[in-house]
Structures are given as C-alpha cells and as structure tokens.
Design a binder for this molecule. Structure first.
Ligand code: CDP
Length: 201
C-alpha cells in the first residue's frame, strides 16, 4: 500500500520539522517541496528565467543553502507562475507514489499534488509565533536579521501564497488542522504522530 502523508500550512509553521520527524517515525522518505520553489527562486535571483529553471529542475539544485529570506521571497514569487508549478508537479507526484509512500510538505500537497493522500495535516500557528521560530532558525545559522523583517516576510508570503490563482494555500476539505501556537515543537511532533496513527487505525 502506498502511504502518503500531506502536510501543508503557512510560512514557518514548523511543517519542515514536523514532516521530518513524522517521516522518521513511520520510516518513510520526506520531500520538503518548498525547496523546489526556493531552488527556482534562487536561479531567478541569479538572473535565470524561472520557467526555464523549473523545466530543467534537477535534484542537484537542492544542494545549496536555500533557507534565506531573499530566497524565500523569490520562491513565493516564482511559485505564483502557473508554468513553474506545472513543471514541478510530476517530480513531486513520482516522489509521493514510489515504493511504500512518502511524507511531503508544502502548500498544495493535500489539494493538488496528492489529493488522495491517506492523511492530510494543515499545520499552522499565529504569525507572531511563526516569526519568532523563523527568527531563531535564521539567527541560529548566523544570518543577521530581526523580528520585524521576518514577520513582514512571513505575512507577505502568506498573502501571496493564499491569493494566487494557481494552487493557492488553502485548507483541503479532509485536512486536519494542527495549531501549534501554544505547543513546543516536541509536542507538535507528538500531536502529528498521534493524529496519523489514529487515522490509520
Ligand atoms: O519553510 P517555509 O514555510 O518558510 O517555506 P517553504 O515551505 O520553504 O516554501 C517557500 C515558498 O515556496 C512558499 O512561500 C510558497 O510560495 C512556495 N511553495 C509553494 O508554492 N508550494 C509548495 N508546495 C511549497 C512551497
């Protein structure tokens, strides 16, 4: 049986950490689909045409540090281009269905990429909490930024991601909401695993 877990939600909600932990728990491969858009965004910042970059997407494009503010914004801009999204669909769907399944996280996994996923989670938190978590991640990596800058980035991307015409960030009908505003990351991981196990039984 192919067992697919779709994890969607707004920027910096903890999807990445939760997805990685869920994948390890269920022994499944994990794909952070945001990295695909970040890779295309990084190529756009370097002067490439985003549609061409998406059409020529290669796994090797992910072998660089893509988790920076300017790349996140560029990712959100290229992610609104229908041709860019179309070029990345089959890679994601092949990943989701190979072998015994997979955990994918992003914005449109439960709605567009894997509408038949066995479990769909929508991980969210207040903008304030998300900005604080992202600030901690970035400063932990030695990136010089501040709360206000990160909050503006998070809010701007949420708006663009939710308002675009193609595959906007939206709650799938059958998704379960996990609001992690008042949870530690360990508690959020435990809650996600409990939801998935309940769904499987
Ligand atoms: O980690 P964070 O939540 O900040 O962002 P990400 O998941 O790395 O995604 C970066 C950007 O890629 C998002 O703001 C979206 O614009 C875009 N994205 C998307 O459109 N669809 C996906 N499945 C994943 C990401």
């Amino acid at each position: 049986m192919t067992f697919t877990v779709a994890i969607d939600g707004p920027a910096a909600a903890g999807k990445g950490t939760i997805s990685k932990a869920v994948a390890a728990h269920f022994n499944l491969p994990h794909l952070d689909t945001g990295l695909l858009y970040r890779a295309v965004g990084a190529q756009m910042l370097a002067g490439a045409d985003p549609v061409e970059a998406a059409n020529n997407f290669d796994l090797a494009d992910l072998a660089q540090d893509l988790r920076k503010d300017d790349i996140a914004q560029a990712a959100s801009r290229v992610a609104a281009i229908p041709e860019v999204r179309a070029a990345l669909v089959s890679f994601q769907q092949r990943f989701a269905t190979r072998g015994g399944g997979a955990v994918l996280d992003g914005r449109d996994i439960g709605t567009v990429i894997c509408p038949d996923a066995q479990v769909k989670l929508f991980v969210t938190a207040s903008p304030d909490v998300r900005a604080k978590r992202r600030l901690e991640e970035l400063t932990g990596k030695g990136i010089d930024t501040d709360y206000a800058t990160v909050l503006v980035d998070v809010i701007a991307r949420d708006k663009r991601d939710s308002e675009r015409d193609t595959a906007p960030l939206t709650l799938a009908d059958d998704a379960i909401i996990l609001d992690t505003s008042d949870m530690s990351i360990d508690a959020a991981v435990a809650a996600a695993i409990a939801i998935i196990e309940k769904k499987l039984n």
